[in-house]
Design a protein around this ligand. Structure first.
Ligand code: HEC
Ligand code: HEC
Length: 348
């Protein structure tokens, strides 16, 4: 009998652990914690203390992310240029067009694992995910809407105020809360179940070519990709660098934010997870395939003033055609084929 009682207690404990604990926010409203499920291949994510993740906040942010209400003529939303089926980039486009059908000058960026980044946009122009959201809403060549119009439209909607009440304890819509909820949703967009991750967990094997490619990726004086894109985890260190794309940078990149001469032509190092699926490449989408990217690193880069130190020391033409094939084979093991089928990431 005793045994059964303990069994029951155990089951009850299990149940209470599995259930998301509720918490009472300062406004006296009950919210449900959102438990981020971080897979083995990624580190813990730092969530800002002033925007804790809740089930209600994430659900609201997800609805807003996919809602045309965010744009000037109600025709576009965040998902228009960050499409789940395309690993959160725009469908094979060099430049996305916004509500006025005007194209920008930079290639769309994937939003997978965005919660790990510390600066946003190719030039790091936004310091946190919350302040990032304002950019696309108000940008004349993106959603081209004013924050006050967005707030007014959402406030007038028959459904939204009650969702804000659930998420934040108030039905008074504000740009701050719009931004906070979208950022909460973006932090849930995690992807780390590629063949590489499965191999790391001992569930898959890398073939000879992939293994060779991995060693070239890691090899100093060879691929030497690891110095900037890292190995494992997010496959980037998020730092800004000039990779010698142009002898005189067309887009000043990081220098547009810092106004420093030494930052001209520097761009955020992108993650290489799912890179197979996110062509075209680089901040301006100038390369249509990975082979062109590899040829750039192998021989086509320019010795610009701000060229990254790692690239100044490598010898041009160090990689053979086979080396390039093998590095690409390794990069292809970083694709998480399941991530785009996650129903929680899709339009609600
Ligand atoms: C018209 C297309 C378009 C729309 C609409 C759009 N984006 Fe973007 N997004 C881009 C482009 C292009 C970039 C790169 C811009 C740059 O670096 O200057 C970008 C960059 C980002 C980044 C930075 C990623 C990184 O790794 O630093 C985030 C986050 C983001 N967008 C989220 C959003 C959200 C949230 C919305 C809706 C409020 C949105 N985007 C709407 C095209 C778009
Ligand atoms: C000196 C640091 C550095 C090294 C070394 C380096 N990268 Fe990069 N990588 C970057 C930066 C910075 C960018 C963005 C450049 C831009 O858009 O101006 C980038 C962009 C890329 C992109 C485009 C991704 C996208 O989403 O557009 C790919 C693919 C890539 N690198 C692969 C590699 C491979 C493979 C190697 C090794 C052969 C390598 N990189 C070596 C810093 C580096």
């Amino acid at each position: 009998m005793m045994k059964y009682t303990w069994g029951l207690v155990f089951i009850m404990l299990l149940f209470s652990c599995k259930r998301d604990p509720d918490f009472i926010a300062a406004d006296g409203h009950t919210h449900t914690h959102y438990n981020l499920n971080i897979p083995a291949g990624l580190p813990a994510m730092t969530i800002p203390a002033n925007n804790p993740m809740t089930m209600e906040g994430v659900a609201l942010g997800r609805k807003l992310f996919y809602d045309n209400i965010l744009s000037a003529n109600n025709t576009m939303n965040c998902g228009s240029c960050h499409q789940l089926k395309n690993y959160f980039v725009d469908s094979n486009k060099q430049f996305s067009t916004g509500v006025e059908l005007v194209a920008g000058t930079r290639n769309s960026m994937s939003l997978f694992n965005i919660g790990y980044a510390s600066k946003f946009f190719w030039d790091g122009g936004a310091a946190d995910l919350e302040s990032q959201v304002v950019g696309p809403i108000t940008d004349p060549i993106e959603l081209h809407e004013t924050l006050s119009n967005v707030v007014a439209k959402i406030q007038a909607d028959p459904l939204y105020p009650s969702l804000f009440k659930k998420a934040f304890g108030t039905d008074v819509v504000s740009s701050k809360l719009i931004i906070q909820s979208i950022a909460q949703f973006e932090r849930t967009l995690i992807s780390a179940n590629s063949k590489f991750d499965q191999w790391k967990r001992g569930e898959a094997t890398l073939n000879t070519q992939e293994t060779r490619g991995m060693n070239l990726y890691l090899g100093e004086g060879k691929g030497d990709c690891v110095h900037c894109h890292g190995y494992g985890s997010t496959f980037t260190d998020f730092e800004f660098r000039n990779t010698g794309l142009d002898s005189i940078p067309v887009d000043l990149g990081r220098a547009r934010v810092t106004l420093l001469k030494t930052d001209e032509g520097k761009f955020k190092t992108p993650s290489l997870r799912n890179v197979e699926m996110t062509a075209p490449y680089m901040h301006d989408g100038r390369f249509t395939n990975l082979r062109q990217v590899l040829e750039h690193y192998n021989k086509n880069f320019h010795y610009t003033e701000n060229l990254a130190a790692e690239m100044k020391v490598v010898v041009k033409n160090r990689l053979t055609e086979t080396d390039i094939d093998d590095i690409i084979a390794f990069l292809n093991t970083l694709t998480d084929h399941e991530a785009i089928n996650n129903p929680n990431f899709d339009k609600p």
